[in-house]
Ligand binder design. Structure first.
Ligand code: MG
Length: 406
């Protein structure tokens, strides 16, 4: 194994488990009775959280997701926000078949290691991922697991039966890690058996590997890395996320006066008007207010400190540069932009028809889903400088979360 192995991740999301109820569904009903991995957990789709855990982990090179054919539209809604995703693949009839198909899809990347993860464990931490990868430098297979602490009893018909010894009993988690060639060979053999004699459905990939004599090392799992199975698990996971989240809100204000011209730039969109906005850059008051809001959320000064108006390189610059820079600073600090809200204040031009275009532009610049971007417009009832038509003002807030899952 080289010092910097190529590490791929295979996320199995082809299951049909829909028994969870009472979880918030998207307002448009898109996830009304969707499988667990497409339900919302504290405001973000479970599968998106699982993907993000690996997307944000530098040593991971590529992520392959296996889905059910019926979930294509749900998957497409969340895939855009990630860069490490390989073209999605449709899973097989069983989890084991889905993993084998996924390994075949990843084979062309020639990864050294592969981590196989269940989509319904969205709280997997960076520490746990690192622990599995590190252990793969010594072992061909790695299983994160926790010793079972509760006493174990057999039970039947609501009656307590005999105690089961729990010495050396572990609860298995994912991601389970393997040298790619080792797990590929193990799955090939399992698939060959399946063709020959109906085969045997293994409980997980560690079992598939062990069946061909591959030794699988145990590393400590994590209590937080729970598998979302029942409605209660969602409640518990949401509580974990809320308790560990550090939410910060930044605020920004900007204004620019009108000058002769034929259009204004607002939130990255060119809008025809009888005047333009004057300023050193393109005078996009919306993006300037939002840039300040992002900088405010990480206490990193204001737009003037980062892009001085005295610096000739910003003359006429598109303000998207400022916004992207602020977003990069937020991410460098470990923050995740969760929501932005911009209010544009003017009598004219009419902004309603451009609202969606502005939303799309800002979402694109920040790499956010559009439902996390709000663009509003108001007038000041002809009062003040905006009311007199002397210019346009903007206010913005940005909500940034540190910690608390992906
Ligand atoms: Mg400005």
């Amino acid at each position: 194994m080289t010092d910097a192995p190529v590490v791929a991740v295979l996320i199995v999301a082809a299951g049909r488990g829909t028994r969870v109820c009472g979880t918030r569904a998207r307002d448009d009903g898109a996830t009304g009775d969707a499988p667990k991995q497409y339900r919302f957990l504290a405001g973000r789709v479970v599968l998106a959280r699982s993907i993000a855990a690996f997307e944000n982990h530098a040593p991971i090179h590529a992520i392959q997701v296996m889905i059910h054919a019926d979930d294509r539209a749900l998957y497409d809604q969340l895939a855009d926000q990630f860069h490490k995703l390989q073209p999605v693949q449709i899973g097989g009839k069983t989890r084991q078949q889905s993993v084998y198909l996924g390994l075949q899809a990843l084979a062309k990347l020639r990864p050294d290691m592969v981590l196989i993860h269940d989509a319904v464990r969205p709280l997997v931490s960076a520490d746990l991922i690192s622990r599995v990868i590190d252990a793969l430098h010594q072992a061909k297979g790695v299983l994160p697991a926790l010793p079972v602490m509760d006493s174990l009893r057999r039970g039947e018909g609501g009656v307590c039966g005999e105690a089961i010894a729990r010495d050396n009993i572990y609860a298995a988690q994912t991601p389970q890690g393997f040298h790619f060639t080792a797990i590929m060979a193990a799955h090939e053999q399992a698939a060959a058996h399946e063709c020959a004699d109906g085969g045997h459905e293994f409980s997980d990939d560690a079992e598939v590997a062990r069946a061909v004599g591959c030794e699988v090392a145990l590393v400590p799992g994590s209590r937080d890395n729970i598998k979302l199975t029942e409605a209660e698990d969602f409640t518990f996971a949401e509580r974990l996320l809320m308790d560990s989240a550090d939410v910060r809100v930044g605020h920004g204000i900007d204004a620019h006066g009108f000058a002769p011209g034929d259009h204004v730039m607002l939130c990255g969109v060119k809008i025809a008007h009888t005047q333009t906005l004057s300023g050193h850059s393109d005078a996009d008051a919306g993006l300037h207010a939002l840039t300040d809001a992002l900088l405010g959320a990480i206490s990193a000064g204001d737009i003037g400190m980062h892009f001085p108006a005295t610096d000739p390189q910003w003359k006429g610059a598109g303000s998207g540069i400022f916004l992207r820079h602020a977003a990069d600073l937020v991410r460098a600090e470990g923050g995740r932009i969760r929501h932005v809200d911009v209010t544009l204040i003017c009598e004219a031009p009419k902004l309603g028809p451009h609202r969606n275009a502005m939303k799309q532009a800002v979402a694109g610049m920040l790499g956010l889903e559009e439902n996390r971007v709000s663009i509003k417009a108001t007038t000041t009832e002809k009062l003040g400088f905006t009311g007199r038509g002397e210019g346009i003002a903007a206010q913005a807030t940005a909500t940034v979360v540190f910690g608390g899952g992906t």
